[in-house]
Design a protein around this ligand. Structure first.
Ligand code: ZN
Length: 339
């Protein structure tokens, strides 16, 4: 085990140097990350072009629309807003509408997919759900769940669309509808399965399960080489342990990168007991996937207090920087595995 750790260290040091070149360019190419001493904003500690303030604004706007469960007019407005923003970044955006059978009857849902074509056909998906949990007894505005991750994925999309990073792969930014269960508890209810009545379908992850079925139908599944899911990543006291379900190599790269760029106190060495999330249908289909999620130490989860004051631009910055800085390494790993 010791020698294995050493080998990883050596590799990561050489990768770290490459990463610095990618992030900050060669000497004399100083057009990035300008520091304005008059404004002590997160921009000062920004490690990439990801702008935590912009991401926070995307979160604020979603919360302003109100409660956003699947099929609601509020979610429709949110969807139009997300699509508008993604198009303004120059991305090709499509929506995939579908009917879902839920414990509350048929619901119209829609996934949003923005694509940034690369020189390689291989696909990396960066995603979040954008619905908020339907709650009967109180107003749930989901600032962290899933306003924060939706805002972060939007901002990552904006940065990648600028094409200042030397990435080769095709990127898809996917916003899933219907991640949340309609019954209060995740596993409380099930839905009938016409294909196999003995295996009822879950009352959650409607959008991601639908998306995987579409990838299979279009014969695209084998092109997807990695999936990065964000879910509840904006809490001002951010702590991200490794989710119990996920591909270790993706977790290793992201947590190592987070540490190397100065976010070791947020990307911590602990296991986060999560179980299923939107990455699960992909894992089950054989796609390597990772879930960045703060569940156990987010005390406002699924409460009326999951409000904007719990989210900070700084936390969004930390996650955005780390994901973006990890991408060259993830691509390199995918290429070396293909060789
Ligand atoms: Zn939730």
């Amino acid at each position: 085990m010791k020698s294995r750790t050493r080998l990883l260290k050596l590799t990561s040091h050489s990768l770290a140097f490459l990463l610095l070149l990618v992030l900050f360019g060669c000497p004399g190419n100083g057009n990035k990350t300008e520091v304005n001493s008059a404004t002590p904003e997160p921009a000062k500690t920004r490690k990439t072009d990801f702008d935590g303030d912009k991401a926070f604004e995307y979160v604020r706007k979603q919360v302003e629309f109100g409660v956003r469960p699947p099929g609601s007019p509020e979610l429709e407005k949110t969807r139009a807003y997300i699509i508008d923003q993604l198009r303004s970044f120059g991305l090709n955006v499509t929506t995939d509408e579908f009917q879902a059978t839920t414990p509350m009857g048929q619901k119209k849902m829609a996934n949003i997919v923005a694509e940034l074509p690369g020189s390689s056909n291989d696909i990396v998906i960066i995603c979040s759900h954008y619905d908020t949990k339907y709650v009967k007894d109180f107003k749930f505005v989901g600032a962290n769940d899933a306003g924060s991750s939706t805002g972060a994925v939007m901002e990552i999309a904006r940065v990648l669309a600028m094409k200042k990073l030397s990435l080769k792969m095709t990127y898809r930014f996917v916003f899933f509808d219907g991640e949340e269960a309609f019954c209060f508890d995740w596993d409380q209810c099930h839905n009938p399965n016409p294909a196999d009545p003995s295996k009822p379908l879950p009352d959650n992850t409607y959008g991601s399960r639908h998306y995987v079925s579409q990838l299979v139908a279009k014969n695209e599944l084998s092109r997807v080489k990695a999936l990065i899911l964000l879910d509840m990543i904006g809490y001002k006291e951010l702590k991200l342990g490794r989710a119990d379900l996920g591909s270790a190599w993706l977790q290793d790269i992201i947590w190592q990168t987070g540490k190397e760029i100065g976010y070791g106190s947020q990307f911590i060495n602990a296991t986060e007991g999560v179980g299923d999330d939107d990455h699960s249908p992909f894992l089950k289909a054989g796609v390597d996937a990772v879930d960045l999620i703060q569940l156990s130490s987010y005390q406002y989860w699924h409460t009326k207090d999951d409000t904007l004051d719990k989210v900070s631009a700084k936390s969004l910055q930390i996650v955005g920087d780390t994901v973006i800085a990890s991408l060259p390494r993830i691509e390199e790993r995918i290429r070396s595995r293909a060789r």
